[in-house]
Design a protein around this ligand. Structure first.
Ligand code: FES
Length: 103
């Protein structure tokens, strides 16, 4: 099974914030919405826009490049729910958020 990589301390992402980082050439974003983390590939499935720089409204993020809107909870695009952003597995150990890279 793929390993987890350290992303950052939990204290770096307080509620209402997002942090992006590249690990092993993979862009990753972690959102903290009211204390719940949402960890995604920071690359829109349309043409790769940085979702971490998008507009956040509740648990919906709007891609900054062309305005596609995704649920961070389900990953689904609002209009065509067969299109998804890529959610990543994550865990917290010793107050460090750790993420598993996509296969
Ligand atoms: S790259 Fe995200 S909507 Fe086009």
């Amino acid at each position: 099974m793929a390993p987890y990589y350290d992303f950052c301390p939990v204290s770096d992402i307080p509620p209402g914030s997002v942090k992006s980082k590249i690990i092993e050439d993979v862009p990753i974003a972690v959102f903290n919405i009211e204390g719940t983390y949402h960890v995604i590939l920071d690359s829109c499935p349309h043409t790769g826009g940085p979702l971490s720089e998008g507009f956040l409204e509740g648990t919906q993020v709007t891609c900054p490049w062309h305005g596609w809107k995704f649920s961070l909870v389900t990953g689904e695009l609002d209009l065509i729910n067969s299109i998804h952003l890529k959610k990543l597995e994550w865990t917290i150990e010793n107050n460090i958020i750790k993420v598993r890279l996509p296969e």
